[in-house]
Design a protein around this ligand. Structure first.
Ligand SMILES: *[C@@H]1O[C@H](CO)[C@@H](O)[C@H](O)[C@H]1NC(C)=O
Ligand SMILES: *[C@@H]1O[C@H](CO)[C@@H](O)[C@H](O)[C@H]1NC(C)=O
Length: 381
């Protein structure tokens, strides 16, 4: 990827002692890794939290989009439009909620409050945010079979944006604005609410401007007397009479990196000829992410057909070798003086992207089209 580093490495190998060389080789590998990661927008190599905790589940909608982008027909479509959402974009993130359950300063007596916080600094400044959609899922399980028979369970849900930090003693209601208020029926299968928060999420990208959201849940019951089991003043009604749902919130952020919008069209690299020949052409190479030790943060693919260019650029340079005028003259000079002037180099002249599904440094799941990953055509340059 960075041919300029290779001669440097060779030079180092040639002049230094073996121990020093091993060290500088490790340094080289690390710097190559950093380059690759930074072009994915990652500050460092994502590591699983603790190793014991299970990694965040990959939402089925993202898997679907990933599978679709692998499909060759989809590759001819516009690489910078996300048709699932009907917006421009080439990066899709499931930004994880980092808010906590709050209690103590709760302003309502019978309800539960949950803070929602989405770190929008994970977007690089160059990215244009086209969509931020909040998804709140309520996973509810009846405490006992009897509870299911007691009729429908419902929650009154209010969502607020927090406009500034609340100081101790201040009225928390003054610092928030209502965004949504509705009731949600709790059923054995998860209920969900979605809400477009694009302008708000855009404002969260500015440093120090993100105070998050506040979710207020008030259990509603068909039988008003059941509400009595929630003790006034206790903001966590964990009474057995009503099993609270597990609340999961995520923000689907679709953004566009305008520098990565080249077409995804590719000549089928799968049909590379296997006939032995030492003339410059693309050769098959499968890269397994396990071999480079990245299997713990790249979710999919586990590897891919990357290919490489290899072979001679002999005189006379045939048209199929895609030589530049300069390369044609260089082969001519090489044929006259083989020791003074080398042959032109066999290099990639057409590359295509792949789609990658991975965890970022905040454990968010990200799907993006990553450019220049596959060699489609080689030429003499
Ligand atoms: C948000 O993410 C950025 C980049 O990953 C990180 O530097 C920052 O500490 C995070 N902020 C919070 C409040 O978690
Ligand atoms: C390069 O050569 C191949 C044949 O080997 C040809 O199909 C292709 O069109 C050429 N590409 C360019 C950019 O000229």
């Amino acid at each position: 990827m960075r041919p300029s580093l290779a001669p440097l490495l060779l030079l180092l190998l040639a002049v230094c002692f073996p121990a020093v060389c091993a060290l500088s080789h490790v340094e080289e590998l690390k710097s190559q890794e950093r380059l690759f990661l930074s072009s994915l927008g990652l500050s460092g190599r994502p590591r699983p939290a603790g190793g014991l905790q299970p990694r965040r589940h990959v939402p089925s909608a993202l898997w679907k989009m990933f599978r679709r982008s692998e499909n060759t027909q989809a590759q001819e479509s516009d690489p910078c439009t996300v048709s699932e959402y009907g917006v421009r974009g080439n990066i899709i993130r499931y930004v994880q909620d980092q808010g906590r359950l709050v209690s103590g300063w709760s302003s309502c007596q019978l309800c539960v409050e949950k803070q929602l916080f989405f770190n929008m600094s994970v977007l690089q400044p160059v990215e244009l945010l086209s969509l931020a959609q909040l998804e709140i899922k309520f996973h509810w399980k009846a405490f006992s079979p009897a509870e299911l028979l007691q009729g429908p369970r419902a929650l009154s849900v209010s969502l607020y944006k927090v406009i500034r930090a609340t100081l101790r003693g201040a009225n928390p209601q003054a610092n928030r604005r209502l965004l949504l208020s509705q009731s949600v029926q709790l059923q054995p299968h998860p209920a969900s609410i979605t809400l477009d928060l694009t302008p708000l999420a855009e404002s969260w990208r500015k440093a120090g401007r993100n105070y998050g959201l506040l979710l207020e849940l008030l259990p509603l019951s068909a039988h008003p007397d059941q509400l009595l089991s929630f003790h006034p003043g206790n903001s966590l009604p964990l009474d057995a009479a009503f099993n609270l749902p597990l609340v999961q919130a995520s923000l689907v952020a679709v953004s566009l990196n305008p520098h990565q919008c080249r077409s995804r069209q590719r000549r089928s690299a799968v049909h590379l000829p296997v006939t032995p020949s030492n003339v410059c052409k693309a050769r098959r190479l499968f890269i397994d992410f396990k071999d480079v030790g990245w299997q713990d943060w790249i979710i999919a693919p586990q590897g891919y057909m990357a290919n490489y260019c290899n072979g001679e650029c002999p005189f006379p340079l045939s048209e199929s070798l895609n030589g530049t005028n300069h390369a044609i003259l260089q082969t001519l000079v090489h044929s006259l003086d083989p020791h003074g002037t080398p042959q032109p180099c066999c290099v990639p002249i057409r590359l295509s992207p792949i789609s990658m599904l991975y965890y970022d440094n905040n454990d968010n799941v990200v799907l993006r089209h990553y450019q220049d990953m596959v060699v489609d055509e080689c030429g003499c340059r």
